[in-house]
Design a protein around this ligand. Structure first.
Ligand code: SAM
Length: 277
């Protein structure tokens, strides 16, 4: 039995660039873990060195997860198993959700040690609405699949968050402008590192900016939600009313058009009477 912590699975967020962002609690869990499931042991070894700890690490990544998961879950009954990714919050565009699922199914203690996440950090930098957001991870690299993925979210009334690489950034920004319209956006780069920046502008301006100069480093793209739809004009209302009156009595026509165009039913009723007369 671990003297410091109860047994179970500990999901530990780690810095996305600045080692000062490792929380004291994350350091305590890592320093006392019986085993740390890691993406790349060289990356986590540096973090352990930073906190002066030496712990057993075991690789846990897309290629071996199926094989090693049962053994890790079995250990959680009596040992402290920590899960980290190379940077940021495990499970967010990183392996781990099946480990959590199986740990829960086996009845083990599951604890999260929250901390840095590039998606949320970028959202705080971009100056775009934060009340509703949708995380898309990495878009598919192939043009057709990427366009389909963008079309799927075009009508979602939320700020979009995407991970992207420097070489693909301009093509992705252009595809977003094409599929979503030329919305406001931000490109957050190297967050918490020496060259951190967040460049804002329209999607097409940003696509042009990066077309000949792919940026270095790690990148998150933030895209504003769609604008409010244009309110229906009097002409729109008349057209819709005339059509509805060919099928419906005045009151039902007014009701249908009010619902469809988001206009006042009583005003539409009066206008429908005029049109009829
Ligand atoms: N789990 C991580 C998290 O919580 O952010 C994300 C892992 S995902 C495999 C790696 C991607 O996250 C990078 O390609 C980049 O898009 C984004 N990212 C990670 N660190 C970043 C940083 N310091 N600045 C900007 N983007 C970053």
């Amino acid at each position: 039995m671990n003297a410091e912590l109860p047994p179970g699975l500990y999901i530990v967020a780690t810095p996305i660039g600045n080692l000062g962002d490792l929380s004291p609690r994350a350091a305590q869990v890592l320093a006392n873990a019986d085993v740390i499931a890691v993406e790349d042991s060289r990356v986590t070894a540096k973090l352990l060195q930073h906190i002066g700890a030496k712990r057993t690490m075991t690789p846990y990544h897309d290629h071996n997860a199926e094989a090693v998961r049962p053994g890790l879950v079995a250990r959680m009954g009596g040992e402290v198993v920590a899960l980290v990714s190379d940077a940021g919050t495990p499970l967010i565009s990183d392996p781990g959700y099946k480990l959590v699922r199986d740990a829960r199914a086996a009845g083990h203690n599951v604890v999260t040690v929250p901390g840095p996440c590039a998606a949320v950090a970028a959202l705080t930098l971009a100056g775009l609405p934060t009340d509703r957001f949708l995380f898309l991870g990495f878009l598919p690299p192939k043009a057709g699949a990427r366009a389909t993925a963008i079309a799927e979210v075009a009508s979602v009334r939320a700020t979009l968050i995407l991970y992207e690489s420097g070489p693909r950034l301009a093509v992705t920004l252009a595809a977003l402008a094409e599929g979503l319209g030329d919305r406001e956006a931000g490109v957050a780069r190297e967050i918490t590192k020496r060259f951190e920046e967040c460049v804002t502008g329209t999607l097409s301006d940003l696509a042009a900016r990066y077309a000949d100069a792919p940026p270095r480093g790690e990148i998150v793209v933030i895209v504003a939600p769609p604008g409010e739809p244009e309110p229906a004009s009097e002409e729109d209302a008349d057209t819709a009313l005339r059509e509805a009156l060919t099928r419906l009595p005045v009151s039902k026509a007014a009701g249908e058009v009010a619902k469809k165009l988001g206009l006042d039913r009583r005003e539409l009723y009066a206008r429908a009477m005029e049109l009829k007369g």
